[in-house]
Design a protein around this ligand. Structure first.
Ligand code: AMP
Ligand code: MN
Ligand code: MN
Length: 342
């Protein structure tokens, strides 16, 4: 069952947890790292010693956050022993909308006996935990962790405040998305009063990128196309290899959707599977009033109305035309519904 508010059962699970594992999604973003670390600081305030884990390494925007060096990843020598072979009584999964998003951290043979608590804000969440707190009205999972801290009377100060403000800033592109409300800004104000430095966090996340990413964009942008209100571009494995950028940090879809003529954007990244076949990772964005989550969900992915994604088996010759057609059809439906002609 999915709950949209904090339940007594969830509070009890957190209060009673002794051996606790906290995790977030593969290819983590600022909200994944911020909510994971924030949950860690919250639990430490309650006198607990949680293990924090991610499948993939922390992205640049998460580096420098307090406690980040304690996160165990697939590449850590102790990952198998401390994360995958250890039994826990409570597992807290943050910012992940479906079980596959937990990647290699969640190891059912060993972890199945733990109470799995899901805390997430994706409208596409499948409710895969024993307890599921899913609030799509929250702009970030860190906003939900802040609410949990309030419920448990943990003050929003110091490292906790810094981690929580990071997720708020990254998932709202610095308070500029259409889901930002006065409540969001009120929380940001409290986190700043608690010591979090907004200018520093912004500079470490949304306002910076490595030069090699700009080089990669210069290779992808020649492929850009626009038709029927959808703008899209594609990246080959060679482009990624040439610039050494991980796929999780391509990030171009937010830029493409700024085109005046576009209501939706898509970036397609081809990746080679272990067996030599290929898959295409798709990243979607929508202007306010449009919804790309439904297309992502229909293709086996997930996300939010304004930012969503999926991974489809196939290559750049076949997948983009199919997916762009699906986005164009969704846009037409959404326009028709808006004008009452659906
Ligand atoms: P991105 O375009 O990678 O920044 O992702 C935008 C949003 O879509 C994030 O909230 C992701 O959690 C979600 N998302 C991206 N890819 C997937 C996927 N393969 N499955 C589920 N959700 C995804
Ligand atoms: Mn995320
Ligand atoms: Mn998020």
């Amino acid at each position: 069952m999915i709950e949209t508010t904090i339940t007594p059962a969830l509070l009890a699970a957190v209060r009673n947890g002794e051996r606790i594992l906290c995790l977030s999604h593969v290819k983590p973003d600022g909200d994944a790292v911020g909510s994971l670390l924030g949950m860690g600081w919250l639990l430490r305030s309650l006198g607990k010693a949680p293990v924090l884990a991610l499948q993939d390494t922390v992205p640049d925007e998460g580096r420098g956050l307090p406690g980040v060096e304690e996160i165990l990843t697939d590449a850590s020598p102790d990952f198998e022993r401390i994360v995958r072979q250890q039994a826990f009584d409570l597992i807290v999964c943050l910012d992940a909308s479906s079980p596959d998003r937990m990647g290699t951290v969640y190891h059912p043979p060993v972890h199945e006996s733990a109470t799995l608590v899901v805390i997430d804000h994706h409208v596409t969440n499948t409710g895969f935990g024993a307890l599921n707190w899913v609030d799509p009205s929250s702009v970030s999972t860190t906003q939900m962790v802040a609410r949990l801290a309030d419920a448990l009377e943990v003050p929003l100060t110091g490292p906790l405040a810094e981690c929580l403000l990071t997720g708020l800033v990254t998932d709202t592109l610095c308070f500029s998305t259409s889901n930002v409300t006065p409540r969001t800004l009120e929380l940001a104000m409290r986190l700043m009063e608690g010591g979090a430095n907004l200018a520093l966090i912004t500079q470490r996340t949304v306002n910076r990128r490595p030069y090699r990413l700009i080089k990669l964009w210069s290779l992808i942008l020649p492929t850009v196309n626009l038709a029927d209100g959808v703008i899209w571009a594609s990246a080959t494995p060679e482009m990624l290899a040439q610039t050494g950028m991980p796929t999780s940090e391509v990030g171009l879809s937010s830029y493409l959707v700024t085109a005046d003529e576009a209501d939706m954007s898509a970036v397609f990244i081809e990746q080679v599977n272990g067996d030599g076949s290929t898959r295409v990772e798709c990243s979607f964005r929508a202007k306010p009033g449009f919804n790309v989550a439904e297309v992502a969900f229909a293709l086996g992915g997930g996300g939010h109305p304004a930012a969503a994604g999926c991974t489809v088996e196939g290559d750049l010759a076949t997948i983009p035309p199919r997916v762009v057609a699906a986005l164009q059809a969704a846009r037409r439906r959404q326009l028709a519904a808006r004008h009452g002609t659906a």
